[in-house]
Write a protein that binds this ligand. Sequence first.
Ligand code: NDP
Length: 332
Amino acid sequence: NRQYYLAARPKAFPTPEEVPFRDVVVAEPGPEEVVIRNLYISLDPAIRGWMSDTPNYIEPIAINDPVRSSVIGRVVKSASDSFAEGDIVMTVGGWERYTTAPAAALNKIADMPGIALTNYLSVLGPTGLTAYFGILKVGLPKPGDTVLVSAAAGAVGSVVGQIAKMQGCRVVGMAGSEEKCRWLTEDLGFDEAINYKTCGDYQQAIQQACPEGVDIYFDNVGGEILDAALLCLNKFARVAVCGWISSYNDSDAPGPKNLWQLVAESVTIQGFVVLDYLDSFEEAIGQLAEWVMTDKIKFKEDIVDGLDNVLPAFMKLFNGTNDGKLVVRLEP
Ligand code: NDP
């Protein structure tokens, strides 16, 4: 069983020395455990956070443990009556060929026409659900609100913007290339897109794209973009803090400077993790699936082949070369 494991906690971008691979014997399933042959590994920015030992919403990955990821795989051995060989399941696994997991931690995946397995890692999975709960429950959109989304062409951001449009909002996205910006406005219906790599002064660019100010800032990046967005907020605006990807590889990154705007404009800022809404997942997946099938939500997946490409693929999230939800496909 080839697996990529955490040999040392990365100080910046994870290196092959910090995340090397090894070949180990596949653990036999104990009582109520199953062995899965992984088909897809989800690559998410959050994994970088779990590689560090700063306090987080789940335990850090222990040194010497496989790097943790959501995976979809086929059951190849089962010591549980609930799962049979051949079942397709999703669980928390690792950057590895085979995962041995407790049956209680598996979700069987239903075969739905028109829905690819990878969709359960993207628009119908953690990133789609993050967008859904983040914008609807934290952002609290009202018709006519102006919504600003960062990392807007990514897996979470692109769905956030489309849901906000359906709520009658004016939606402005920030993304790192002309191509991504075009996708937002021409294909997804965003009202405007800002290429933050070429726009110059962020505050000016946001003010220009949001002449009536920002009512909801959906923050995927933190850093200087958050600081600029804080200066563009309307009275009683909401900031939904979803992630701060700009600082994940830089533990010395400064925090936001313009938090006084929370007082000046009576702003609500709220962080959240998708797991806060576990009890409503089923309902949300049903709604997202309906939107996907009726073409109200479009999405992209960036599928990289081969377990041995997992670490360079992971880097795409931090240099912006991923084009949609990033997934590694293992040979079947
Ligand atoms: P994406 O598909 O959005 O990929 C990451 C994107 O972030 C890159 O493509 C890049 O796009 C952008 N990016 C990378 N570095 C920077 C930077 N320094 N400044 C600005 N933009 C940058 O990933 P996800 O949709 O999976 O995740 C988006 C955010 O949501 C992350 O912060 C993640 O941690 C968070 N998240 C939070 C969850 C929660 O429960 N709270 C759950 C899932 C995700 P570009 O080309 O535009 O620069």
